[in-house]
Design a protein around this ligand. Sequence first.
Ligand code: ADP
Length: 190
Amino acid sequence: MLNIVLFGPPGCGKGTQSAKLIEKYNLVHLSTGDILRSEIANGTALGIEAKKLMDQGILVPDQVVIGMISAKLDANKNANGFIFDGFPRTQAQAAALDNLLKEKGTAITAMLSLDVEYDELVRRILHRGKDSGRPDDQNPTVIGKRVDEYNKKTAPLIDYYKSQNKFHSIKGNGTIDEIFGKLCEVIDNL
Ligand code: ADP
């Protein structure tokens, strides 16, 4: 299996690049942000609770997102592999993901980290917010909080994957196709 963690701060382009990667490598896309937004759209109890946190730019509890990913792994038993987008976001989530994959006799192949400067992130998110309707994309304070959460809780995962020799950094500026080309080059050399 090819199991990729696509990593980086909010607005770095994970969703855009995931869509292209799943097509090229025939993978299943697992985005915890998308799953949470579909819970919100369906008005589930989980969605209602998650929305309160997401609208403030705060991470939802580990056990919630770990449970969601576990269910999705079970629902896609015959997949070629997975792209994890927006997950893991904490050390506890990364450890849980390793355990879930181990139970299935597989593992993370690589973590690909998209590197983008802060000002560019904010610019891209505010631009996306104009059409996406996502409340968390429209308020600079909330965007700042999301980047803070990333720096505090998520960025330390770089060391987690470095210690497993799975970390790869890719410059996330340039055109969508240029960045995609760089990601494919790394994957093809794994
Ligand atoms: P972005 O990466 O652009 O911030 P996402 O769609 O991945 O957007 O996430 C939106 C929000 O959903 C996050 O700010 C957070 O509140 C919640 N969320 C998504 N994935 C996770 C996760 N793995 N752990 C905790 N919270 C999450």
